[in-house]
Each structure stands twice: as C-alpha cells, then as structure tokens.
Design a protein around this ligand. Structure first.
Ligand code: SAH
Length: 352
C-alpha cells in the first residue's frame, strides 16, 4: 500500500466514500504524497510523454499560431504569454525561441505560468530565465493574453454519474475488505445533471469537471475584455459520454485504485463544458491536433530540421512528426479548442 492509500482508506473508514473527483484531487495534489507534488512524471524516463516532449516542433508551431493572432490583433504591447500546467517548460521554451523571430514579440511578451507543483516549478525556473508563477488563473494580469494549455485540463478532477432510472447515482471510491473499491452513491434526483437527461439512457455514464469551469471563465473573460487568444489542447471529445477515468504509470495503463499518488490520473476533456464557461470569448470549432499542426506547416518544418540529421536522430525525428499527426496515434485523439475575442480574425490552423 502506498502512504496515500493508507490515508485515503482511513478517511473513508471515518467519513464514508468519496467522489472520483475528491480521489483524483488527493492523489494528484496531496501536499506530501501527491503525484504532481512529489515527482517529475514527464519524459521517456517518467510515466508518460506529452507532445512538447516528443518534438520541439509542437511548441514552435503553437508559438507561430499565437504570434500570428498577436499580429492580427494589432501587436498589443505588453502581452501576457501564459501557460497552464507547463510541466518541464519545454513547450514554453520552444515557443519563445520560435517567436523570437517575430518583430517586437519578445519585447512585448511577459511570461506567466500557472503551476501547482513545487517540484515542476523548480524545473520550469531552471529552463526559463524570466517568468512569473501563479497558483491559480485568478491572479493572471488583466492585459492582452496569449494562452496555451496542453494536457492541463485532463488532470483536473472529474465527477462520474451513472444514469439510474429517471435520475443518477454518483460513482465513488469506498472500501471493500479494507481495500479501495469503486461503488455507487444512493440515488440522486434528475436535477443533479438536468441537461443530460435528454441524451442519456439507463446505464450511461457522464463525467463533469467542476473545477474546469471557473478556470475557463477566467480565461474567457480576459480574452474577451483585453484581446488575445487561447489554445487548449487535450485528449477528449466535444461532449462527455462513457467512463474515461484512467491511470498511467511507467508508460502503461494501471488500475486507478492500485497505487494512489504513484500513478498519473486523468480523464478525457469534454470541450463543450469549457467552451460554454469561456463565453463571452468565442470558441473556435474543435480541430484535431493532426490537422492543426499540418496546416501550420509541420511537414515543411519536419523537412527543414531533417536536413541537419542522420541515422537514429533522423529516424526519431521523423517518427516524432508522425506520432504528433497520425490519425492512429495522437492526430485525432488530441483536439484543439481555440478561444478568441468576439469579432477577432480566425486563428491559424483551426477549423472554421
Ligand atoms: N503541459 C505539460 C505538462 C502536462 S502534465 C506538457 O504538455 O508536457 C500536467 C501539468 O499540469 C503539470 O505541470 C501539473 O503539475 C499541472 N497541474 C495539474 N493540476 C494542476 C492544478 N490544479 N493547478 C495548476 N497546475 C496543475
């Protein structure tokens, strides 16, 4: 048993079963034993690998999309360049390097990072010379904002509800013979999720992400009021249906209850929830990551970088490009939601 499993079991024994969201929050961000608080999970030697860790081209192309939005909106100065959950700061480092060629951008940019993990903040500080850290989006500055979040929302806790007759039951974590086990709450009324009664049937499972709403609202308000753009990239779909709660450790899927605090816990992002909460900012239609990167010139950039490479380095580079865009790899699983102020020019690479 991990130290956290012991604590969670004692808590449940004392006060009863907890929601999936509460379980996720404890496992990921417990101050002493949480997954993100205590470790650096990213990369080949870690538990999982993300797009910016696969290839520098990911951060570069995101940088160019955001810099284009900045130019299209009259190159406001200063401009906040914001990342939520920057991990090892690889994406931000690649973005800043690529946009250094855009006249005036570097001088206008102020880097702001929202990061909960002290371990990852230290890593980010080592990679970026000049940045300001925030615990939450609420303290981000009120100014034109270019924001990116890659695999951030998927780490925010979800609640799960199972359709039960005319109402719902919430999926919970409880105890069975002393071990953590999934269970269901007592029946809850239809009003628990009023807008999902019409499109679900007995036995369907729906996920909601309560903490994403205030975050999306704060981003949307800043972009609508002050200008800028946001790119929110994650695995998921427009609308939630079905159980997507999963745990990954050592690049393998594991039982989410087996080792609390020692495995990454995520659930797919339902982008409709975020788009709705971000109003009055305008949500650009959801675009698959593969199409987005290809339109921004991934093939040309792949070729240009390939010229300097041979042997294994070249092979790794070419397979990284495929991994980011291939429909069977990350190309369709990952989706991009763009946010712009009402009336702003469209964002490069996105549908619509
Ligand atoms: N964007 C990076 C890292 C993704 S991992 C990449 O693509 O490689 C998720 C990141 O979000 C980590 O940096 C984690 O510490 C951070 N994070 C998770 N929950 C958070 C929260 N509630 N508030 C702030 N940061 C959080």
């Amino acid at each position: 048993m991990t130290p956290l499993a012991q604590r969670i079991a004692s808590q449940i024994a004392a006060t009863g079963p907890i929601s999936i969201a509460e379980y996720m929050a404890i496992c990921l961000l417990h101050p002493e034993h949480g997954y993100y608080t205590t470790r650096q999970p990213l990369g080949r030697d870690g538990d999982f690998i993300t797009a910016p860790e696969i290839s520098q081209m990911f951060g570069e192309l995101i940088g160019l999309c955001l810099a284009q939005a900045w130019l299209d909106q009259g190159a406001p100065s200063p401009v906040a360049v914001v990342e939520l959950g920057p991990g090892r700061a690889t994406l931000m480092a690649d973005l800043l390097r690529a946009t250094a060629q855009v006249l005036g951008f570097a001088a206008a940019a102020e880097v702001h990072l929202v990061e909960a993990s002290p371990t990852l903040r230290a890593e980010q500080a080592a990679r970026l010379s000049d940045a300001t850290w925030h615990d939450t989006v609420e303290t981000l500055p009120q100014m034109p904002t270019l924001l990116v979040a890659n695999e951030f929302f998927d780490a925010l806790p979800v609640r799960q509800f199972l359709r039960n007759g005319a109402g719902w039951r919430e999926r919970q974590v409880g105890l069975q013979d002393g071990a953590l086990a999934f269970g269901l709450s007592a029946p809850m009324p239809p009003e628990t999720l009023p807008d999902r009664i019409e499109d679900t049937q007995e036995g369907d499972l729906v996920e909601t992400r309560p903490s994403a709403e205030p975050i999306a609202a704060a981003i949307g308000r800043r972009i609508a009021d002050n200008g800028g753009a946001a790119l929110l990239i994650d695995y998921g779909t427009w609308h939630s249906l079905g159980d997507t709660f999963q745990a990954v450790a050592g690049h393998e899927k594991v039982d989410p209850l087996a080792a609390p605090g020692a495995a990454d816990l995520t659930a797919h992002v339902a982008f409709d929830e975020i788009a709705r909460a971000a109003a009055p900012a305008v949500a650009v239609p959801l675009t698959p990551q593969g199409a987005f990167l290809s339109r921004l010139g991934l093939a040309q950039r792949t070729e240009a970088l390939a010229k300097g490479l041979t042997g294994d380095a070249l092979k790794t580079h070419l397979s990284a490009a495929r991994r980011l865009t291939d429909p069977d790899q990350m190309g369709n699983l990952f989706q991009v939601l763009g946010l712009t102020p009402p009336g702003a020019p469209p964002l490069a690479g996105l549908d619509g």
